[in-house]
Design a protein around this ligand. Structure first.
Ligand SMILES: [Zn+2]
Ligand SMILES: [Zn+2]
Length: 245
C-alpha cells in the first residue's frame, strides 16, 4: 500500500471516529435521507419551534407586538449590527446543544452549521470573515475544544467565507448572576483581547457562538471587535427568550 493510501485510510478512520452519525436525525437518532439539507427528521421538524415570527431587528428576539426593536435593545447599547438565532434553547434543542458542548459530540457542529447557514441565507455574502467567541486556554484544555470555533469552521466549509481567529479570552468570568447588564458588560470586556487589529480593520465579521442568553457575551466581544471592524453581526444556534419580552 502506498503512503498516500494509508494516509487516506487513516483519515477516513479518524473521520468516522469523530463524525460518525452524519445521516441520523440530531434529535432522535432516526436515519434520515437529506442530512445536508436538514439534519433532523420529519417528526422532529413538526415539533421543532423555529424563530420565524416578528422579531427584534437587532437581537432577533421574538416580539409579540408589532415593534421593530425589543425593549432590551431599546435600553442598551448594542455593539453588533444584528443577530441570527434560528432555534430556541429548549427541549430537544437544549439537549443536543448540551451534548455538543459537554459530551464531546463534536460531529453535531456540522448539523448546527447547516441550520445556521440556511437561516442566514444570502446575507452570508456580506461577511469578509467568520469568527467565534473564544474560551480560555484552561477551559479548552479541560474540554478539548471550543464549541463556537467548531461551529465557525463548519459554517465556513458550507459557505466559503473564511474563518479568522480574532479574540482570546484571558480569564474566566466570575459569577455574573447578581450583576446588572452594565456591570456584566464591563466585567466581561476585560476578559476579551484582540488578536490582531490590522487583520480586521474595515472588515465585516460574523461572530459565532453556540447559545445566546442575554447577549452580554456577544455584545462584549462585538464591542472589542467593532473598534476596528467595519461591521459585526452575530449568530448562535439557539437563544433563550427573556422573560421581559
Ligand atoms: Zn428526529
Ligand atoms: Zn433586541
Amino acid at each position: 500500500m502506498t503512503e498516500n493510501k494509508t494516509l487516506n485510510k487513516l483519515k477516513l478512520f479518524a473521520k468516522n471516529l469523530f463524525f460518525p452519525d452524519e445521516i441520523k436525525c440530531i434529535f432522535c437518532d432516526r436515519d434520515i435521507q437529506n442530512f445536508n439539507d436538514r439534519p433532523y427528521c420529519d417528526d422532529c421538524a413538526k415539533r421543532l419551534k423555529l424563530n420565524s415570527g416578528n422579531r427584534c431587528k437587532i437581537c432577533d428576539m421574538p416580539i409579540l407586538s408589532e415593534e421593530n426593536i425589543c425593549e432590551s435593545c431599546q435600553n442598551t447599547v448594542t455593539h453588533f449590527h444584528r443577530a441570527y438565532t434560528p432555534l430556541f434553547y429548549e427541549n430537544e434543542v437544549r439537549q443536543s446543544l448540551i451534548a455538543f458542548k459537554s459530551d464531546n459530540k463534536r460531529y453535531l457542529a456540522k448539523a448546527f452549521a447547516i441550520i445556521l447557514a440556511k437561516y442566514i441565507g444570502s446575507d452570508i455574502k456580506q461577511f469578509d470573515y467568520i469568527t467565534y467567541v473564544p474560551i480560555t486556554d484552561k477551559r479548552r484544555k479541560a474540554r478539548g475544544y471550543n464549541q463556537a470555533e467548531l461551529l465557525a469552521n463548519e459554517l465556513s466549509k458550507l459557505t466559503g467565507v473564511p474563518t479568522l481567529n480574532t479574540l482570546t479570552k484571558t480569564a474566566d468570568t466570575v459569577e455574573q448572576k447578581n450583576l446588572n447588564y452594565k456591570q456584566r458588560m464591563s466585567n466581561l470586556k476585560k476578559c476579551f483581547k484582540l488578536v490582531d487589529k490590522s487583520s480586521i480593520k474595515d472588515k465585516s465579521l460574523l461572530l459565532v457562538d453556540d447559545i445566546i442568553t442575554t447577549t452580554t457575551t456577544v455584545n462584549s466581544c462585538s464591542e472589542v471587535l467593532s473598534k476596528y471592524a467595519k461591521m459585526v453581526d452575530v449568530c448562535a444556534v439557539a437563544r433563550t427568550i427573556l422573560k421581559s419580552n
